[in-house]
Design a protein. Structure first.
Length: 295
């Protein structure tokens, strides 16, 4: 059994959904499916029951899961122990991120950094991308993970991913029956959106303005799950990145293509020039991305 196969097994068992598991592992859905099939062939046992609506672990998978988690934890602990012994760091690291970026699991990244550098004091804040840009520029944060922001030239920027936007509507909504082909088809819709500090609000507002369409934002929120819940309850429709439409809280909603000319959700890292420990955090991110590409 390969390390990557065990990681896919654990993630799929947690998510119960191939698309969401593939996004978490930063691998294509076909690649994850092929790895699970190879593991089933190697063990000569079926690990997941697949239907059109769900993926459920079999008794064989449930028996394997605790051992898989232990192997993964031991491998990560061993790697981090070697690095701690060779490069003990101290000090503080101030990190910020917008919620549910999709291209990076910030919580997992901080966990791995903490295991590797336990003497470093980590301070973590969540906020809208525009606020985070200001915090990095003002020296209040060392590194931030943001989306579709326009940072000043003094900050080091690295793009991580581009994700398309989709329109989420409740079942039975008029737009579900006649998907919008033009931006003006959205003129009469009520919207749920984030407050202006969030990058998504800015790029959506700009897109409507660019196409000469006014829209009604009935609800403004500061939380992804609240936004989805309001759409589920019929208070409006929402434009979100594709990975948000795949969250369990969006189950039952209808995801539609956004009319032509929509921007993409661009996820990037911002680093302050004086942030001495931020590169160590990004080293771990680079390791995770390299592992995903090699899988």
């Amino acid at each position: 059994m390969e390390h990557r196969q065990l990681e896919y097994l654990v993630t799929l068992a947690e998510e119960r959904h191939f698309t969401r598991a593939a996004e978490r592992c930063r691998v294509s859905q076909s690649g994850l499916s092929a790895a699970i099939r190879r593991l089933e062939q190697e063990l000569e046992a079926k690990l997941f029951e697949r239907t059109t609506r769900s993926v459920e672990p079999t008794p064989a998978a449930l028996a394997l899961l605790p051992h898989a988690r232990e192997i993964l934890a031991q491998a990560a602990a061993g790697r981090d122990a070697v690095i701690r012994a060779s490069h003990q760091l101290a000090g503080s690291l101030r990190v910020g991120a917008e919620q549910c970026l999709g291209a990076v699991d910030v919580n997992l990244l901080l966990e791995r950094f903490h295991r590797r550098h336990p003497a470093v004091d980590i301070q973590f804040v969540q906020a809208g991308s525009h606020q985070l840009v200001d915090h990095v520029a003002d020296g209040e944060l060392d590194v931030a993970f943001v989306a579709s922001a326009d940072p000043p030239p003094a900050l080091a920027v690295e793009e991580l991913a581009r994700i398309p936007l989709v329109l989420l509507v409740p079942p039975g909504h008029a737009l579900a029956e006649r998907p919008p082909a033009r931006w003006r088809d959205l003129r009469d819709a009520d919207f749920v959106d984030f407050r202006p500090a969030w990058a998504l609000r800015t790029i959506t507002d700009d897109a409507f303005q660019r196409h000469g369409v006014e829209r009604r934002v009935r609800c403004s929120v500061d939380d992804v799950h609240t936004l989805l819940d309001l759409v589920v309850r019929g208070l409006g429709v929402a434009i979100v990145p594709q990975h948000v439409a795949n969250k369990p809280q969006a189950r039952g909603l209808v995801a539609l293509p956004v009319p032509p000319g929509a921007p993409e959700w661009v996820v990037s890292t911002l680093v302050a020039g004086s942030a001495s420990l931020a590169p160590r955090l990004l080293e771990i991110l680079d390791e995770e991305r390299a592992e995903a590409e090699a899988a």
